[in-house]
Design a protein around this ligand. Structure first.
Ligand code: ADP
Length: 314
């Protein structure tokens, strides 16, 4: 195989391993259990998942953006000690114009050489879409065909290679893709408990970040954030957590409200984590005015309906 292409796969798609535990992913109890059975165990013990116990080697995670689909992919790889290849299909179609077919072949070949491996394809709809886009290049049509062919090859007996596709437009996938990604798991917005866990995890992750949030403050935050995705929640916490820092910067004359530029010089002495007041509920209330939910009600309704019709756990 062309050495340059292999090197590109390794540098552009191979991710450095990260340790992600199931507990790092808030909520999604059913999805996590399903992924355990459909992905983690078969990767760890392929010899047990044969014949009547066989599972598909491709899995589709669908749901609104920012709900943890990529996190789940990383967690699967992390749990199995698998190599993780991650690519967004839209970058695949735009960046590799003309060489897509070769790159796809190289990707699957390199992954096979690194077994156990997980290939995670974000926005998989843009690669395996049913629609013929205006002026679709012959090369992208060939890339799609190659991808489907490679997916068929995943089913080898003791194969320890798994493909996880993620999308927030499951309706765009063509029939061939849907057949190969037979299990479609809905990854919904976080429920109240999950939103609370996300806030607690982020605030608890760094001992230098202090807060004075009581249980009832956390209740207020989680109740007021109905409709926020996991990613929105992270942005909200980060916005709130910067409020004490912003005050410190302004008080020290270091930032003039812009929060940027002047970190050095005299300001350096007072700008320490211990000098900062703890994060309070009011910071979250203010932050919620800046960070709005990114997913629309119509989008959620659509996914719920799709899940009722096609979801593996509905
Ligand atoms: P998706 O792939 O569904 O678009 P990601 O998995 O990339 O979303 O999530 C983006 C970020 O949002 C994550 O890195 C994490 O910080 C946060 N996040 C999203 N969902 C969750 C969740 N269920 N639990 C914890 N963090 C989450």
């Amino acid at each position: 195989m062309d050495k340059d292409i292999v090197e590109r796969v390794v540098s552009e798609i191979l991710e450095t391993p990260a340790t992600i535990a199931w507990d790092d992913i808030a909520g999604l109890k059913h999805a996590k259990a399903a992924v355990q059975e459909l992905a983690v165990w078969p990767l760890m013990k392929p010899e047990l998942f044969r014949g009547a116990r066989a599972v598909p080697r491709g899995l589709l995670l669908f749901g609104p953006p920012g709900t943890g689909k990529t996190l789940i992919g990383r967690a699967v790889a992390s749990q199995c000690g698998a190599t993780f290849f991650s690519i967004s299909a839209s970058s695949l179609t735009s960046k590799w114009i003309g060489e897509g077919e070769k790159m796809v072949r190289a990707l699957f070949a390199v992954a096979a050489a690194c077994e156990p491996a997980v290939i995670f394809v974000d926005e998989i709809d843009s690669l395996l879409s049913a629609r013929k886009s205006e002026g679709e290049h012959e090369s992208s049509r060939r890339m799609k065909t190659e991808f489907l062919v490679q997916m068929d090859g995943l089913g080898g007996d003791e194969g320890r290679l798994l493909l996880i596709g993620a999308t927030n437009r499951p309706q765009e996938l063509d029939d061939g893709a849907r057949r190969r990604l037979a299990k479609q798991l809905y990854i919904p917005l976080p429920c109240e408990d999950a939103r609370r866990a996300i806030v607690e995890n982020i605030l608890g992750a760094d001992a230098s970040v202090r807060h004075s949030l009581s249980d009832s403050d956390l209740d207020v935050i989680t109740k007021k954030t109905d409709g926020y995705s996991g990613s929105d929640m992270r942005h909200l916490v980060q916005e709130a957590a910067r409020a004490p820092l912003r005050e410190l910067f302004s008080a020290s004359g270091g930032g003039g409200g812009g929060g940027g530029g002047g970190g050095g010089g005299a300001a350096g002495d007072v700008l320490s984590p211990t000098a900062m007041r703890p994060i309070q509920l009011v910071d979250f209330k203010r932050a919620a005015k800046q960070v709005r939910p990114s997913v629309t009600k119509a989008d959620i309704d659509f996914h719920e309906e799709w899940n009722r019709k096609h979801g593996a756990m509905s």
